[in-house]
Design a protein around this ligand. Structure first.
Ligand code: MSP
Length: 530
């Protein structure tokens, strides 16, 4: 039997005109949690991220910085974009840069094929172009300006007028794909999520599509066309292809790259912010259709992190660097907070107060307290040796049943990128176990020799619950769960936590009697409000 296809998830590739802010880290974190969850289920996974290095925006940033574009991107990638992956604890399988030869060669090959298939022609373009979006704007895309731009039409995302362009360049015959896209999406409504994004794309495509310029003659920082060295590939039509070039599109048959492509294609999820939905749900699948490749199975558009009601952005000086938060709260809390507090797909605001309040209530007092109480009591009352927990009463059976229900909610939720539902399901289980501890009062049982067997059951129940929590939260908070796994002595008994499968997590009684429990550092130390 053929092996199942690997689960392939990508983040957008980020512009390296500037350093990352938490809006960028948000997309990568979501992708990382989703793919770690899949790995925890035992699936083969390919998690791709990277950077978008070409185009006018990057070229101008380099000019302003007084260096060549290549020097600019090399420096920013090394100093900011690669380190941020460590800061947020991302476990990506690959990192693509669009200046790499593997990308350049395959982009040239791709467009040559699309041209050979008859979908590329030369024509004159005249119209507005927003450098912030790197996008040719259509009449309906622009809005009335305000303040210094009053009475002008501006880009609604960047609040600035678009530049008027006039060029002879090569066009991609997007218009001929409108019907095929509509048919594809009618047959696969799950292919664009959330539903609001699906509706937006369908109404855009139903209005009919116009052909779009796929090259630029007035830009030099890009990938030259294979058949016309005077023109570079339009930056979006270079960037979108990273999802294919990075996994081996166009590689020689029989090579490792070609095998990779066969294992992962098509993408299971192209994760994007809602601002770049049209590129991913209209242009991208049309390009693939033109080249005879299968389109992505799902494009998921998440919302924006807002500051003062507007999209956080460096150009508006509202960007917060991920390390500003992580230095105080740690990467686990960062990952937890953004996926827990904001329904994935909707916009959300960040505030220190909210972050601090949730950290204290849910991580320090909730999970952290349960872990430290549970391990400390085994150390204190049983010299660190996990007792056997026979004779479960209704109170324990309630915990066992609740764990099974938790998994049955969390698993589909994480698979569907509904992170907050998955996280809350586990959190409610933690709350239930904390309540169980309070009600069972093991510290009272410990004073009565006659209650020794009962105390054993309670301690075993707490530790077994912690074992399950460590597995379920491992994709979300790998550092803290590593520490918890160690404190539970689980590594020696059950093996690495990454190898614990979601499908088995609810089977009760895995941590055997006699396991050495230790009391380690607090998982989520209390933090004074700044
Ligand atoms: N380079 C293009 C993407 C090419 S993908 C083939 C690009 N880069 S970007 O750096 O501007 O944005 C990358 C991602 O970061 C997008 O998904 C975008 O939505 C996300 N975010 C940027 N600012 C954001 C917020 N304030 N909030 C949430 N996500 C945001 O577009």
């Amino acid at each position: 039997m053929a092996e199942p296809k690997a689960f392939f998830l990508s983040t957008p590739i980020y512009y390296v005109n500037d350093a990352p802010h938490i809006g960028h880290a948000y997309t990568t974190t979501a992708g990382d949690v989703a793919t770690r969850w899949r790995r925890q289920r035992g699936e083969e996974v390919w998690f791709l991220t990277g950077v978008d290095e070409h185009g006018t925006k990057v070229q101008r940033a380099a000019e302003k910085g007084g260096v060549s574009p290549q020097e600019w991107v090399d420096r920013l990638v090394a100093q900011s974009w690669l380190p941020v992956l460590e800061t947020i604890d991302a476990a990506n399988d690959d990192f693509i840069r669009t200046t790499e030869p593997r990308h350049r060669d395959r982009v040239q090959l791709f467009w040559q094929r699309v041209k050979d298939n008859g979908y590329v022609y030369s024509a004159e373009y005249e119209g507005p172009y927003c450098v912030g979006c790197e996008e040719f704007k259509l009449a309906g895309d622009l809005a009335e300006g305000e303040g210094e731009f009053a009475e002008q039409l501006v880009c609604p995302v960047h609040g600035r007028p678009a530049e008027q362009l006039q060029e002879t360049n090569w066009f991609f015959q997007l218009s001929v794909f409108a019907d095929r896209l509509l048919q594809h999406y009618e047959a696969h409504p799950e292919a664009i999520q959330p539903r609001s994004a699906y509706n937006e794309v369908m109404s855009f495509v139903r209005q009919g599509l116009v052909d779009i310029s796929m090259s630029r003659s007035s830009v030099s920082w890009g990938i030259p066309l294979a058949w016309d060295a005077q023109q570079v590939t339009y930056v979006w039509f270079d960037a979108l292809l990273n999802y294919a070039t990075a996994v081996g599109y166009g590689a020689e048959p029989g090579t490792a790259d070609a095998e990779r492509f066969a294992r992962v294609w098509p993408p299971d999820v192209n994760l994007v912010g809602k601002d770049i939905l049209r590129f991913h749900a209209v242009y991208w699948p049309a390009m693939l259709m033109a080249a005879g490749l299968e389109p992505p199975r799902k494009v998921f558009a998440h919302g924006w992190l807002l500051v003062g009601g507007e999209k956080m952005s460096k150009s508006k000086l509202t960007g917060i660097a991920p390390e500003q938060i992580i230095d105080t709260f740690g990467s686990d809390a960062f990952r937890y907070y953004f996926l827990r507090a904001i329904q994935f797909g909707q916009d959300g605001s960040f505030s220190w107060e909210d972050m601090h309040a949730r950290y204290t209530a849910e991580l320090a007092n909730g999970l952290g307290n349960l872990a430290s109480r549970g391990t400390a009591m085994v150390v204190r009352y049983r010299d660190g040796e996990l007792p056997a927990g026979h004779d479960l009463t209704d109170a324990e059976r309630q915990i066992v049943d609740s764990l099974a229900r938790t998994v049955s909610v969390a698993d589909p939720a994480f698979c569907e990128l509904d992170f907050s539902t998955g996280i809350v399901a586990v959190k409610e289980f933690i709350d239930l176990v904390n309540l169980y501890v309070t009600e069972q009062e093991p510290w009272v049982l410990a004073k009565d020799e006659a209650q020794s067997a009962r105390l054993d059951v309670v301690l075993a129940t707490i530790c077994e619950s912690l074992r399950a929590i460590a597995v379920l939260y491992n994709p979300l908070m790998p550092k803290a769960m590593s520490s918890l796994w160690e404190q539970l002595g689980a590594q020696a008994q059950l093996g690495p936590r990454a190898e614990q499968r979601i499908v088995d997590v609810a089977s009760w009684g895995q941590l055997p009697a006699g396991t050495r429990i230790t009391k380690g550092d607090s998982l989520f130390p209390r933090i004074e409000e700044a």
